[in-house]
Write a protein that binds this ligand. Structure first.
Ligand code: 13P
Length: 253
């Protein structure tokens, strides 16, 4: 019922030329894929080149962040209007690196989520606990709070496009992937919280991705689980072969 979604978060890597070179190698590797939706999230300056190169291919393009206002005196920011005008269709919201280094909070995540939905951008809202929170048994509390503030004031019928990415902070860029059991438990907590807020129909149709050191050799064991509907991949998405292998391994389940 929920189609697998595999997204690449390129973070602050790749120039426009490097992005299009990636696509030249990548497209032939995934030309037979129909099992997963593929989304590439390059850095903002690369969006136009990646949108152009992806035209007519079954690959969507997303931004890694955006402001919630349509326009205004917000130096250095990018608005949802600009992102949709470029032709991107998805946006990452509240990535832990945004929370950690750029003061993103659950409240700004909520504003950005409302803006994304209002502009028909598919929001990929990132949540996840820090290591010390997991060690103190606070994972469920953290996830429940992040989800409830993110969804505050949004009508259930508006949440159709919502995608959540569970990215435990201790697993990002560390090579310390969550075990399938840990990830599945967290995804169940998130889905139950969405059900409590917006009803079971919304919860059942919301895709929840896992992110944090996803590699070709663990993508299959993570994505085969009931509540894991895909992956948000950082480092291993920078290389076309490795990202294509993740898609292949995630979809042969
Ligand atoms: P890594 O796959 O490099 O651990 O990054 C995960 C991530 O932050 C994706 O958004």
């Amino acid at each position: 019922m929920r189609k697998l979604l595999i997204a690449a978060n390129w973070k602050m890597y790749k120039t426009p030329a490097e992005s299009t070179a990636f696509l030249t190698s990548f497209f032939p590797l995934v030309k037979n894929n129909t099992a997963a939706e593929i989304v590439l999230c390059p850095a903002m300056p690369c969006l136009p080149a990646v949108v152009d190169a992806a035209r007519g291919k079954s690959v969507s393009v997303g931004a890694q962040n955006m402001h919630w206002h349509n326009e205004g005196a917000y130096t250095g920011e990018t608005s949802p209007t600009m992102i949709t005008a470029i032709g991107a269709t998805h946006v990452l919201i509240g990535h832990s690196e945004r929370r950690q280094y750029f003061n993103e909070t659950d409240t700004t995540v909520n504003l950005k989520l409302k803006a994304a939905l209002a502009h028909s951008l598919v929001p990929i809202v990132c949540v996840g606990e820090h290591l010390n929170e997991r060690e103190q048994n606070l994972t469920a509390d953290v996830l429940n709070l992040q989800i409830s503030v993110a969804l505050e004031g949004i009508k259930p019928e508006a949440l159709g496009p919502l995608v959540i990415a569970y990215e435990p902070v201790w697993a990002i860029g560390t090579g310390r992937t969550a075990t399938p059991e840990i990830a599945e438990d967290a995804h169940k907590i998130i889905r139950a919280k969405i059900a409590a807020i917006a009803g079971s129909d919304v919860a059942d149709s919301t895709r929840i991705l896992y992110g944090g050191s996803v590699k070709p050799d663990n993508a299959g064991s993570l994505c085969c689980l009931d509540d894991i509907d895909g992956a948000l991949v950082g480092g291993a998405s920078l290389d076309p072969d490795s990202f294509a292998k993740i898609i292949t391994n995630a979809t042969t389940r």
